[in-house]
Design a protein around this ligand. Structure first.
Ligand code: HAM
Length: 411
């Protein structure tokens, strides 16, 4: 609805402005892609690919998926347009995503993401830049109270060692795990770590942590990220069980949560993905990125009582009384609109009382009252709505007077 859309537009405007400051250019990918892109990119065995994608076959027999996320499409576009020629490269996107999840507050099947991706930098400062931009996103909107959790998933080598250890240690506790986690045990045991089921969490209690398995390079990288964040004063907390639901991550993963949103408290998440570009058929280009849910940001803003933008209201309301005045007011309103001044005129005769009610409801700044009697004298009454004061004004000078007021206080 228009009121809500006003908030969305202002949110999007501010996100675009932030990306301009950070040097990220907007990229728009199609709403659907070949299913294979997500199966390979996000990964078979992840919840998104196995349970949540909107797949269909098009008239040409192609297997198509409504995009559940933005990273794989951006990488696809990056390769298709040969963007690896100029690195580093920075892109952001804003738009609808689709996941067949069980809808609830803050979780819908069509939702919107703001996301960004940085290609071609492998050092920890790239991760720090991404986390800083994520953090600044919320802070610039006035949401100061967000939590940032970070973790490192290591590279293939250290992760494989941890995965083996996890399987070995969980082998004799399989019956204590939920059905989902028993399936994950074979396909994707890391995902067991962030299962919300309390019994699974209890079964994990004395297990080793991923960070203890990092190889020296991954350990140094993670250390560099933490140092960079602390130098910027960004309060990130290491969460050893944070794994995130995508196969493409390597090393750093992070998530942003906000208190008071209930179970859907993740307002954003991201991480590094050093192998995805190569896995999708390109050169070895390291990358890191992040995405935030716009609906969830707006929920947090509502919770904090933050309104990004006041409702749009006409600047001046014409209140004509009588037939001749009505015709005159209509013409005048049209002329004002042609000059770019938001003016409102009732399209049929109404009593002054009824008109003032509408003017008040709309929150206009000025009302111009033109009666047939005033018209005879070539005059009208201009009323300031904030304090009720009014003055007489000559009909000939109305347009100019309103244009001047609009210049002074219109926006
Ligand atoms: P994600 O954590 O799946 O990450 O989604 C990012 C954010 O989108 C979530 O934190 C949440 O705010 C929002 N979101 C996800 N699903 C829903 C839903 N069903 N309804 C409402 N909001 C939702 C990604 O998508 C990765 N592509 C992020 C990334 C970019 N990693 C690297 N680059």
């Amino acid at each position: 609805m228009p009121d809500e859309v006003g908030q969305w537009q202002e949110l999007e405007r501010r996100l675009r402005e932030l990306c301009r400051i950070y040097g990220y250019g907007e990229l728009r990918t199609p709403l659907f892609e070949a299913t294979e892109l997500f199966a390979r990119g996000v990964g078979e065995g992840t919840d998104i690919v196995d349970k949540e994608m909107y797949n269909f076959t098009d008239r040409g027999g192609r297997n198509i998926t409504l995009r559940p996320e933005g990273t794989a499409p951006v990488v696809r576009a990056f390769l298709e347009h040969n963007l690896a020629r100029e690195l580093p490269a920075r892109f952001f996107y804003l738009g609808p995503m689709f996941r067949y999840e069980r809808p609830q507050a803050g979780r819908m099947r069509q939702f919107h993401q703001f996301g960004f991706e940085l290609f071609g930098e492998s050092g920890p400062l790239a991760d720090v830049e991404a986390i800083d931009l994520a953090w600044t996103t919320y802070r610039s909107l006035g949401v100061a109270d967000v939590q940032i959790k970070i973790n490192s998933l290591g590279c293939e080598t250290c992760r494989a060692a941890f995965r083996d250890e996890l399987r070995r240690r969980l082998e004799d506790r399989l019956e204590k795990l939920c059905g989902n986690c028993r399936a994950r045990y074979q396909r994707n045991p890391l995902r067991i770590l962030d299962c919300k089921n309390p019994e699974c969490q209890a079964a994990l209690a004395d297990l080793p942590e991923l960070v203890d398995f990092l190889c020296p390079e991954c350990k140094a990288h993670f250390q560099g990220v933490k140092e960079g964040l602390s130098a910027l004063g960004i309060p990130a907390v290491t969460e050893p069980k944070l794994v995130r639901g995508f196969d493409y991550y390597t090393r750093t993963v992070f998530e942003v949560t906000a208190a008071g949103l209930g179970s859907q408290d993740a307002i954003g998440g991201g991480g590094r993905y050093n192998n995805l570009v190569r896995e999708l058929g390109g050169p070895a280009v390291p990358a890191v990125g992040f995405a935030a849910g716009l609906e969830r940001i707006l929920l947090v803003l509502a919770k904090y009582g933050i309104k990004l933008k006041e409702k749009d209201a006409p600047f001046v309301f014409m209140a004509p009384l009588g037939r001749e005045a009505q015709a005159h007011a209509f013409e005048l309103a049209c002329q004002l609109k042609h000059q770019g001044i938001p003016a409102y005129v009732p399209l049929a005769e109404k009593s002054l009382k009824a008109q003032m009610k509408v003017a008040n409801r709309q929150g206009v700044k000025w009302t111009l009252i033109i009666g047939d009697e005033e018209l005879q004298k070539r005059r009208a009454i201009l009323k300031k709505m904030s304090d009720g004061t009014q003055r007489e004004i000559s009909l000939a000078g109305i347009s100019e007077a309103i244009a001047n007021l609009y210049l002074e206080e219109g926006r």
